[in-house]
Design a protein around this ligand. Structure first.
Ligand code: NAP
Length: 289
């Protein structure tokens, strides 16, 4: 791969497996040069081998831990030195904030339950990765995206980020009121959530009871998507729910393959110039937040 390219250039976070890997594959097959970013070097290298074996040529690995500011800065420096711009950023990396007990996991398919725990510490990490990681990576790449003729940001979100999961009317109204929403307000909501989570006041204060941190993290991502879209009208910036997909994060429950799950994020990444911005896609349909 040459250091300067006329092709579009994409960065995909959490590109080593699941939906992220398939986003990389589908972007590469659409004539996009793909920087597959993953936190683990050997898992990243293995993913690149997998893509090359299936015919993808313009794919390159770079290390990225979205919780590590030095790692983010190093990736941005790499993209700047190699390509002098970025056309597509796919914020895909995420964690669930829950522990599923596999020995007792029976999945959804046979109608039986499974054991799921949501320790506070994992919830905090989930917010760091899913929301603050997305934000930090985006901030690092905004200058390079500004140098693109067709900048796109896809925040891979989730139906679990919909406000219907939050019963706290004040928080819902703050997320909905885009005129008054700010990044500081999102921080305040997250701080209040974490305080209530720690104090065992989830139910009392109307927060989601299951997958609680994940739901708040994705609601925050959706709020951030809308804020960014207003701030950067020259870019197309959207949230995308990929569908319910068979990957590690769902303990391989799900109904779509990762290949199917990648379709909507890839659609968001390749939107034509007159495409929407600041919206939420549920697979291929625009839906309300
Ligand atoms: P997955 O297979 O578990 O993949 C998650 C990816 O995120 C992995 O590559 C993981 O890397 C990476 N990651 C986690 N923390 C990271 C960090 N700190 N820095 C860098 N990378 C990190 O799950 P998936 O289903 O493909 O999820 C992809 C996206 O789709 C996520 O945003 C998820 O919330 C969203 N989503 C999925 C579903 C679904 O049904 N599967 C539904 C709605 C939304 P490691 O391999 O190193 O852990």
């Amino acid at each position: 791969m040459g250091s300067v390219t006329n092709k579009r250039v994409a960065v995909v976070t959490g590109g080593n497996k699941g939906i992220g890997l398939e986003i990389c594959r589908q972007l590469a097959s659409n004539d996009v040069v793909v920087v597959l970013a993953a936190r683990n070097e050997s898992r990243g290298a293995e993913a690149i081998q997998n893509l090359r074996a299936s015919g993808a040529v313009d794919v390159v690995f770079h290390q990225l831990d979205v919780k590590d500011s030095t790692s983010i800065a190093n990736l941005a420096k790499f993209v700047e030195s190699q390509f002098q711009k970025l056309d597509i950023l796919v914020n895909n990396a995420a964690e669930s904030g829950i522990v599923v007990r596999h020995d007792e996991f029976r999945g959804f398919k046979d109608g039986k339950g499974y054991l799921m725990e949501q320790p506070y510490d994992l919830g905090e990490e989930c917010l760091k990765t899913n929301y603050y990681g997305t934000k930090a990576v985006t901030e690092a790449f905004l200058p390079l995206l500004q140098l693109s003729n067709s900048p796109r940001i896809v925040n891979v979100s989730a139906n679990f980020g919909k406000l219907q999961w939050i019963r706290n009317e004040k928080v819902k109204a703050e997320f909905m009121g885009i005129e008054n929403l700010t990044e500081e307000k999102i921080d305040e909501i997250i701080q209040k959530f974490l305080t209530d989570f720690k104090a065992n006041k989830l139910s009392e204060n109307g927060w989601p009871l299951t997958c609680t941190a994940y739901k708040i993290s994705k609601a925050a991502v959706n709020g951030y998507t809308r804020l960014l879209a207003r701030k950067f009208p020259n870019m197309l910036i959207n949230s995308v729910h990929p569908g319910y997909v068979i990957t590690d994060i769902t303990s391989h429950t799900g109904i779509l393959t990762a290949t199917e799950g990648a379709k909507a994020p890839v659609m968001g990444a390749l939107l034509p110039d007159d495409g929407p911005s600041g919206v939420c896609f549920d697979e291929m349909q625009v839906v309300s937040f």
